[in-house]
Design a protein around this ligand. Sequence first.
Ligand SMILES: NC(=O)c1ccc[n+]([C@@H]2O[C@H](COP(=O)([O-])OP(=O)(O)OC[C@H]3O[C@@H](n4cnc5c(N)ncnc54)[C@H](OP(=O)(O)O)[C@@H]3O)[C@@H](O)[C@H]2O)c1
Length: 266
Amino acid sequence: MMMENTTEQYALITGASQGLGKYLATELAARKINTILVSLPGQGIESLCKEIRNTYGVDSLAYESDLSVNGNVMKLARWVNENYSVYILINNVGIGGTSKITETDVEFFNQLLQLNVVATSVLTHQLLPNLNKQRQSYILNVSSIAAFSPIGYKTAYAASKAYIHSFSRGLYQELKDSNVMVSVVHPGPMPTNEEVILRINKQGILGKLFLQNPEKVAKTCVSRLLRKKPIIMVNPFSWLLLNILPICLKTPLLTKTAYREVMVGK
Ligand SMILES: NC(=O)c1ccc[n+]([C@@H]2O[C@H](COP(=O)([O-])OP(=O)(O)OC[C@H]3O[C@@H](n4cnc5c(N)ncnc54)[C@H](OP(=O)(O)O)[C@@H]3O)[C@@H](O)[C@H]2O)c1
């Protein structure tokens, strides 16, 4: 890991080796923004950084760490704060899944809460003094349309994304007169990896109705973040639908869709 003090400003993205995080990283680089990319060890993040440096002529640094361990989140924050000026923080890392709660491995359950809720909150808290030092800073938290309704069989995931929505909106209010802008994005299903594609296919019509291209989502996110939009709805149709439907209708409907995911192929 490189240790150097620099006067350049950086964007930090968690979960950047693949999926939405990777597209966000390249979109920022295309806009000539230096990046610090974080992912699990052994996932090729250094070669992505090299590709970005060569293609876009900006700096891109790799940091490998398992953020499901809270001590590692603190270590990352310390390393960043001691060495780099960060003016964009994108809390993208997050995992999901569909299963009966009694059949969910407790390790996975803990990991989900740590990655989706704790890592985002702690990293934001620890990086705020750094973000505050910059003339203008931006935080983007990645939630989901799952934030807008409780969903059985995705119970912890939907709850974690509702937390991210609430955390981001609260922080936006708290910091709105400061130099730190806080935004939250609510993507629908995106075919980002094999596991997600398998799950979307099992969802039937609803999954396909909300489907979004992660590259397009990343472009929209960056453009609206830099235009200081506090809530980024990448699919207004799904947002409208989930806001119109009363909870007594949408929760059973979405739970039924999630149940299909659990049962198809069993
Ligand atoms: N895909 C969807 O349908 C969808 C819909 C709505 C919202 N979202 C949200 O969008 C965000 C990105 O989703 P995605 O589908 O692009 O995810 P993804 O393809 O699974 O990528 C997840 C990223 O997080 C990293 N990661 C996973 N576990 C980690 C850990 N323990 N420590 C550090 N990094 C870890 C992965 O790194 P490695 O490659 O090193 O494992 C990868 O870079 C998530 O917050 C997700 O909840 C996704």
